[in-house]
Design a protein around this ligand. Structure first.
Ligand SMILES: Cc1cc2nc3c(=O)[nH]c(=O)nc-3n(C[C@H](O)[C@H](O)[C@H](O)COP(=O)(O)OP(=O)(O)OC[C@H]3O[C@@H](n4cnc5c(N)ncnc54)[C@H](O)[C@@H]3O)c2cc1C
Length: 404
C-alpha cells in the first residue's frame, strides 16, 4: 500500500473550501477599501469570529492536524483573499506561536483563549521581538526585563518596533533581554496582560503593502507584569542562564523558537498572493487581444505563466514539506523552514510583478488588484527574517560553517 500522498484529506478539503468561500465572498470585495483606509478591518475580524474562523478552537484544530499541512492551507486561502486583511485576522496567531513555543501547559491554558476573546468581545494578540537597533540581529535586543523579587514582578522597559497589532493588542507577547551579556541566550518571552499600565503604542507606520494590517511601535515604560508572566517560568530561566554562563549549550532562544514554527505559515501566505496574481493574469492573457490574437498565444506571455505556475507549485511543496516536518518533530537539517519562506516570498514578488507585466497598463492601476498584490508581496522577503537571513540559516545548516 502506498502511504505517501500529497492529496489533501476530506477534512482538509472541507476546511480549505470553507476558508476559500470566506476569502472570496468577504475578503476580496473589501480588500481595496481597507488597503486605502490603512486601518484594522474590525468588521471583518468580527465576521470571522462570528463564523468561528477567528477562534482558538479553529486554530487549535488546525495546529492539531497530524500532517501539519492544515495551517498552510488555511493561510494560503486567506492571503489569496487578501494578505492585509488576512494578517489583521490572523496576526494574533503570531502571539499564539510565541506562547506555544515557550509557555508551560498552565500558561498556554491561561493565555491562548485571551488571544482571541469571544465573538461578543474580540481580543487580539501581538508578538514583538524587533527593535530599532535589533532587526535581523535579534541577539542585540536592548529592551530589558528586570526581576523585582520583593514583589515577584518583572519590570519591562524599552521600545519594540514594526510590531503587527502593536499597541492595539489586548495581549502582547514580548521577547526581552534579562541578561544582556548573554546575547540571545539571555532573552526570555513575557506576556503583557490586557490593561497593564506602562505599555503603549508609539508611532503607527504607513506602509507600502498589507495596509489593512496594523504595524506600530510598542513602548514599555516601567511596565510591571506578575512573575507568572515569564513564559516557561523562573526556575527554567535561572537554569538556562546558569548553563549559558558556564558556556554550556542551551535550548533554542525565545525568539528563534517562535520563528522556526511560523515560517512555513508565512510562506503559505506568500503562495496565496502569488496564486491570486497568477490566476488573474492567466484569465486576462486569454481575454486580451493584440495583433488579432489573445496575448497568451505568444510564447513570450505563455512561458511567463508557465514559469509562474511552476514556481508557485514548487513554493507550496516546500511550505508543505516544512510544515509536515515541523508537526512531526523532524529536525530542520538544511533549514527547510527557511527554504520554504525564502522561496515562497521571492516567488510572490516575482509572480506579482510578472502579472503586472502581462496586464500592461491595466496592471499598473488601482482599479485592478494586481498592483496591490505586488505591494503586499514585498513584505514576504522582509518580515519573519529577510531573504538574506533565510539564506544565512540555510547556508549555515548545510555547511556547518558560521557564515556571516
Ligand atoms: C509590516 C511589518 C510587520 C512586522 N511585524 C513584526 C512583528 O509582528 N513582530 C516583530 O518582532 N517584528 C516584526 N517586523 C519586523 C521584521 O521582522 C524586521 O523588519 C526584519 O526582521 C528585518 O529587520 P530590520 O527591518 O531591522 O532590517 P535590518 O536587519 O536592518 O536589515 C537591513 C538589510 O540588511 C540585511 N542584512 C542584515 N544582516 C545581514 C547579514 N548578516 N547578512 C546579509 N544581509 C544582512 C537584511 O537582509 C536587509 O536586507 C515587521 C516588519 C514589517 C515591515
Amino acid at each position: 500500500m502506498a502511504e505517501f500522498s500529497l492529496e489533501l484529506n476530506e477534512d482538509q478539503l472541507q476546511i480549505q473550501k470553507w476558508v476559500h468561500d470566506f476569502a472570496e465572498t468577504r475578503m476580496r470585495p473589501a480588500a481595496h477599501e481597507w488597503d486605502e483606509r490603512e486601518e484594522t478591518p474590525w468588521p471583518l475580524i468580527e465576521e470571522a469570529a462570528q463564523i468561528g474562523l477567528y477562534s482558538l478552537e479553529f486554530i487549535a484544530n488546525a495546529f492539531a492536524d497530524a500532517t501539519g499541512v492544515m495551517i498552510p492551507v488555511v493561510m494560503e486561502e486567506m492571503a489569496w483573499g487578501d494578505a492585509g486583511i488576512g494578517l489583521a485576522i490572523f496576526g494574533s496567531v503570531l502571539g499564539v506561536a510565541g506562547i506555544m513555543a515557550n509557555g508551560t501547559p498552565e500558561q498556554i491554558a491561561e493565555w491562548l483563549p485571551q488571544c482571541f476573546g469571544t465573538p461578543e468581545k474580540i481580543q487580539i494578540a501581538a508578538f514583538g521581538v524587533s527593535e530599532p537597533d535589533a532587526g535581523s540581529d535579534v541577539s542585540s535586543l536592548r529592551s530589558r526585563a528586570v526581576y523585582d523579587e520583593a514583589k515577584d514582578e518583572w519590570v519591562l522597559n524599552g521600545t519594540k518596533t514594526w510590531i503587527t497589532n502593536g499597541g492595539i493588542a489586548d495581549v502582547h507577547i514580548l521577547v526581552l533581554s534579562v541578561d544582556p551579556e548573554l546575547g540571545a541566550r539571555g532573552q526570555a518571552s513575557f506576556v503583557v496582560p490586557p490593561g497593564t499600565p506602562g505599555i503603549r503604542q508609539g508611532q503607527k507606520f504607513k506602509k507600502m503593502g498589507i495596509r489593512a494590517s496594523h504595524t506600530a511601535e510598542v513602548i514599555l515604560d516601567d511596565c510591571r507584569v506578575p512573575g507568572s508572566c515569564l513564559l516557561g517560568g523562573k526556575e527554567k530561566l535561572d537554569e538556562r542562564l546558569a548553563r549559558a554562563k558556564e558556556g554550556k549549550k542551551v535550548r533554542t532562544q525565545a525568539a528563534m523558537a517562535t520563528f522556526e514554527s511560523t515560517r512555513p505559515a508565512v510562506g503559505a501566505q506568500a503562495v496565496g498572493i502569488a496564486r491570486a496574481a497568477y490566476e488573474f493574469a492567466l484569465d486576462y492573457a486569454k481575454e486580451r487581444k493584440q495583433f488579432g490574437r489573445a496575448i497568451i498565444e505568444n510564447q513570450g506571455i505563455a512561458f511567463k505563466l508557465a514559469d509562474m505556475k511552476t514556481a508557485i507549485d514548487a513554493s507550496r511543496l516546500l511550505v508543505w514539506r516544512a510544515a509536515w516536518m515541523g508537526r512531526n518533530g523532524k529536525t530542520f537539517e538544511a533549514g527547510e523552514g527557511s527554504m520554504s519562506k525564502l522561496f515562497a516570498g521571492e516567488t510572490a514578488v516575482k509572480v506579482t510583478e510578472e502579472a503586472i507585466q502581462i496586464m500592461g497598463g491595466y496592471g499598473y492601476v488601482r482599479e485592478n488588484p494586481v498592483e496591490r498584490w505586488h505591494r503586499d508581496s514585498k513584505i514576504y522577503t522582509i518580515f519573519e527574517g529577510t531573504s538574506e537571513i533565510q539564506r544565512l540559516v540555510i547556508a549555515r545548516a548545510i555547511s556547518g560553517i558560521h557564515i556571516r
